[in-house]
Design a protein around this ligand. Structure first.
Ligand code: DP6
Length: 296
């Protein structure tokens, strides 16, 4: 049996829309912070026979499809019992394809002693789920086309919190969202906006202009939300409580001229990233939100 844990990541500039849906080549660059404390552990145990056995609760078909892809790519003929678990509470709406596909890929490479480079493992994992290719790099990852690089910035570590407003399973998967946003008129210039924000965000982080960073990260996730809402068949992941949390954070920034970076995924929950020197602010805001929501 071989067991491997990999972290998930949160995108500050979002991967939205694909150029190639088989290889998962994105239309625009994305940029993420790796969440070392939120991990998925995958174990593979070889079994007799010609069929994998799935021993977890997550969506199985994509996972087994990825294992099949890895097996074919390396001409292997061994099947496995697969186990997968997250170190964060299940049912909190944070089931992460990024960490689970990264862990499955890493585990397959290890059990088969494939001796692959990080770049090679990342590229294989990308074909399972795009955002997982960024989980192989830290503290920050920049993904463009078929390449991912680790980025060092003056901020070495963030304090990360998720305000869990709903743990319901989403009805539209992120893979589907990548397809649906293309019908939005706003999608025409999406790449231009994302690349411009990427340049400006890296610049503001390098200059440690935190407020500018917050503004760009806010505008970027709102851009993603707008793409969802302006698709031919509009959809949204936000709940009323998501708007309450966002309003509270916007007001906090207006009052204090400081606060956390705020972003969202394809889901209703709100991610906060604080600088290390904002520890007491993180505790205060976390405690305040904990009165109404789960905070992890
Ligand atoms: C909104 O990586 O889940 O989280 O490649 O189809 O598996 P697939 O999509 P996925 O998309 C993630 C989209 C996002 C933004 C991001 O992580 O960059």
């Amino acid at each position: 049996m071989t067991e491997v844990s990999m972290p998930t990541n949160i995108a500050l500039i979002k991967y939205m829309g694909k150029k190639d849906t088989v290889l998962n080549i994105p239309d625009n660059s994305s940029f993420s912070y790796t969440l070392n404390d939120l991990t998925t552990t995958v174990s593979l145990s070889p079994i007799e026979g010609k069929q994998d056995h799935w021993d977890s609760q997550e969506d199985k078909s994509r996972f087994i499809k990825h294992l099949d892809f890895l097996r074919k790519t390396f001409s292997k003929d061994i099947f496995y019992t697969i186990k997968s678990s997250n170190n964060f509470p299940s049912g909190c709406g944070l089931a992460s394809s990024a960490s689970s596909f990264a862990a499955l890929t890493e585990c397959f490479a290890e059990i088969n002693q494939l001796n692959l480079s990080i770049d090679e493992k990342s590229a294989l994992s990308r074909q399972g789920s795009g955002s997982s290719c960024r989980s192989f790099y830290k503290p920050f990852a920049l993904w463009s086309e078929d390449e991912v690089v680790a980025i060092e910035l003056p901020y070495k570590k963030f304090i990360h919190q998720v305000i869990v407003v709903s743990s319901e399973k989403k009805t539209i998967s992120s893979s589907e969202a990548h397809r649906l946003v293309k019908s939005s008129l706003l999608y025409t210039d999406r790449k231009i906006r994302a690349e411009k924000r990427l340049t400006e965000l890296l610049d503001s982080f390098r200059k440690q202009d935190w407020q500018k960073g917050y503004e760009i990260v806010w505008q970027e996730f709102q851009d993603m939300v707008a793409l969802f809402e302006t698709a031919a068949n509009p959809f949204s992941y936000l709940k009323l409580s998501s708007y309450f949390v966002l309003d509270t954070l916007r007001d906090y920034w207006h009052t204090h001229h400081d606060g956390p970076l705020v972003t969202m995924d394809a889901g209703p929950n709100v991610h906060l990233l604080f600088r290390e020197d904002q520890e007491s602010m993180a505790k205060m805001l976390g405690d305040a939100f904990r009165e109404r929501f789960m905070v992890i």
